[in-house]
Design a protein around this ligand. Sequence first.
Ligand SMILES: O=C(O)CCC(=O)C(=O)O
Ligand SMILES: [Fe+2]
Length: 315
Amino acid sequence: MNTIPSVHLADFLSDDPIKKQKFIKEIGNAYENIGFVALKGHFLDDKLVEDLYQEVKNFFDLPLEIKEKYEIPGIGGQRGYVSFGKEAAKGKKEGDLKEFWHFGQYVEDNPALEAEYPANVIVEELPKFNEIGKEAYKMLEKTAKYVLRALALHLGLEETYFDNYIKNGNSILRPIHYPPIQDEPKGAERAAAHGDINLITLLMGAQGKGLQVQNHNGDWIDAMAEPDELMINVGDMLSRHSNNKLKSTIHRVINPPRELWGTSRYSIPFFMHPISDMKLNVLENCIDENNPKQFEDITAGEFLDERLRDLGLKK
Ligand SMILES: O=C(O)CCC(=O)C(=O)O
Ligand SMILES: [Fe+2]
């Protein structure tokens, strides 16, 4: 596969069982091959998308000493600001050429989870940034819920299998700013090759060149979405759970050619995580003679901890 297939969520939400089945088949095939789809028909309207980009730009435009007020020690960068160069891809020593922000779950009716997660960080200078971030978080979470319902059916599970694991899940919305490049990056990239940690990722901002995905042959292919599409990919948690039936594909963000070094890139991934108690143990119906169990039993919380250490975000 050398292109990213495009699917429409309206098919899955349709009353017509043939359309619904078509969506499941298309996304299932895409995830068994390239691991990525571009999705139309998500729940973010144009105004929300526009406001979100504006607020994200406003935030990253703040002076560094203000942004640094919101960099909270001791929480593995899981909420608030993470400054330039802090995160390095697993196995890489050069930090990525990016700064980012994390909005976390807005827990409802669950004091235990509220106590477990770090609190969201509020930017005093930009009240609208906090509001719009929350609204986008909710709409992306809702979109992701339906995508996971389709994948549950594709995997031969109950349609609502994931619902209780993702309700109040440890999901994260991460606006990223890749600033203009000043000096020769010396081995550093905007985002070095990596697989995502979580169940699925919904990415806003893949409209310009930059994101590349590695196919079966090891070739890097450009992954670009239309203006009304989200790029959605499988993360390592879902790959483990499905015994790698669904593929968590390695991807990266390359540095622009020199004549474009002066431009920023903004992208906004939503990393859909379950609650930390979810067992990622390989599903029985994904194991057979030809596909023996490939992964050790582990919970989502344990797996996340391990990976935050690999990224240099947690000590
Ligand atoms: O900026 C992008 O387009 C992709 C970012 C990404 O892959 C990530 O943050 O995991
Ligand atoms: Fe990623």
